[in-house]
Design a protein around this ligand. Structure first.
Ligand SMILES: C[S@@+](CC[C@H](N)C(=O)[O-])C[C@H]1O[C@@H](n2cnc3c(N)ncnc32)[C@H](O)[C@@H]1O
Length: 246
């Protein structure tokens, strides 16, 4: 395993790092409430997509409170190594405690890592998963190209990237309805319950204005991935993308 340091940006001075350091206490509760539990179903579907290729070394990047890493650990045998990586220690602390509660802590390695400078050798993983963190890496983020290059670098040739993320529904009415939901429910309820208005304003704004699935596919293709596919979830409110590193 190799360790590199990013000279330009350190995790501590990234605005998103400050934001995610403040929300872990209520993060899971709000996810369940604001999606009516759908977020876990979507992660489970993403986990099943991940495991189609029977990966042996997985990194769940932007793992946060670890829900997808835990799902992957549940669905695999101990032959599969799983690393939950995130640049925010308080989020990973919640993930670790949760893994202990589920007796899965021996199945998951927890690694502090900035997606801009992943502390892993080229081609180390045969699968990288990202649940609801891809938007953070790619929406109006000046370091998007660096993140994508690091993700690409650390996946082995033939390995896969699987992303589950909020998306834009095809239907204009559903798009309007989901925009209203983000503005009138997610933003105020998230701000009130978490006590962090900034984080949930960002969430509502970025989700409302995030890319269409075809835009995400183009981003992945431009980053060098091939066989890029997506599957809309709940009429396109979210989507799972899968791509292969050639
Ligand atoms: C919306 S949360 C998603 C957490 C989790 N995967 C889930 O399914 O709920 C986004 C996570 O991405 C992490 N993150 C954002 N930018 C990052 C970066 N540059 N490097 C590593 N982690 C990052 C945040 O710390 C946060 O835990």
């Amino acid at each position: 395993m190799k360790t590199k340091t990013n000279k330009k940006m350190t995790p501590d001075n990234r605005p998103l790092h400050r934001m995610f350091s403040k929300v872990p206490a209520r993060y899971d509760l709000l996810n369940r409430l604001l999606t009516l539990g759908l977020d876990q179903r979507w992660r489970r579907k993403a986990a099943r997509t991940c495991l189609k290729s029977e990966p042996r070394r997985i990194m769940d990047l932007c793992s946060g409170t670890g829900d997808l890493a835990i799902e992957l650990a549940r669905m695999t045998s101990p032959d599969t190594a799983i690393i939950a990586a995130d640049f925010c220690q308080p989020m990973l602390d919640v993930a670790k405690n949760k893994a202990v509660r589920y007796r899965l802590d021996n199945r998951i390695g927890f690694q502090i890592a900035d997606a801009a400078s992943l502390p892993f050798d080229d081609g180390y993983f045969d699968l990288i998963s990202i649940a609801f963190g891809f938007r953070n890496l790619t929406f109006k983020n000046p370091d998007t190209d660096i993140f994508l290059a690091e993700i690409f670098r650390t996946i082995a040739p033939g390995g896969r990237l699987v992303v589950v993320e909020t998306s834009q529904p095809e239907s204009v009415w559903l798009k309007k309805l989901s925009a209203l939901y983000y503005s009138l429910v997610v933003k105020p309820a998230g701000s009130f319950i978490s006590g962090d208005g900034g984080a949930y304003s960002y969430l509502a704004y970025s989700a409302k204005n995030y890319f269409r699935p075809t835009d995400v596919s183009r981003l992945l293709t431009n980053a060098g991935f091939v066989s890029v596919e997506y599957r809309p979830l709940w009429a396109g409110v979210a989507a799972i993308h899968a791509a292969v590193r050639p």
